[in-house]
Design a protein around this ligand. Sequence first.
Ligand SMILES: [Zn+2]
Length: 249
Amino acid sequence: MGSDEWTRVECPICNQVAGEFEPFGLKPRLNARCPTCGSLERHRLIWLYLVNETDLFSSRPKRMLHFAPEPALRGKFADHLSIDYVTADLAPGNAMLEMDIADIQLPDESFDVVYCSHVLEHVPDDRKAMRELLRVLRPGGWAILQVPMFGEETDEDPAVTDPAERLARFGQQDHLRAYGRDYPQRLSDAGFVVTVDRYPARLGQDLIARFRLTREDVHYCRKPLAGGTGGFVERVPVRVSAPGPRRQP
Ligand SMILES: [Zn+2]
């Protein structure tokens, strides 16, 4: 079935099927937000990635840190028996721990998994935040670190503080920069081994339309084993054959 013929949408997180999703955003995007769980395009993409491409929901026990936890996802992580789940947020009352991502008050090498989506563009010293996320991961542990990306080179200027100028230049009033295609280099500089996965291209247009997914690359960042250094690889966009989630956690 071609994408033009698809007349329903489906949320892979809560399994809601609808004619279309709700509009969402400052300049509302049509068909964006799941009316049942509140998921947006980027949440549904990451959900499929976590289910199909990582070991997050395997039976092996693991400790997970989730920054700025999204309501559509946090319950899924919290309820999973093999995940010892910790949430953190800069704002009081949003998470289990109130914490600055650039100054994480947790021990070294205490997590197997970190998930942090659309946070780093709000953080003044994002390079320090990346090093902090690396520090709390165990060697061999992995993080999904997503940001909105525009253009080629990251555009940032601490002198830009006017909300209207930030909106125009960085895409949102509280964004401090607009990341470009050099973003994975920044993660690599912090010490991660980064895989830039063109996951939406691998899923293909039919699944993008069916689940209404963002086309963001997935940044899968592994902490090297002792003595290893950062680096990055781009995964070739080979189309996956699976028609959706392989298993529902
Ligand atoms: Zn949903």
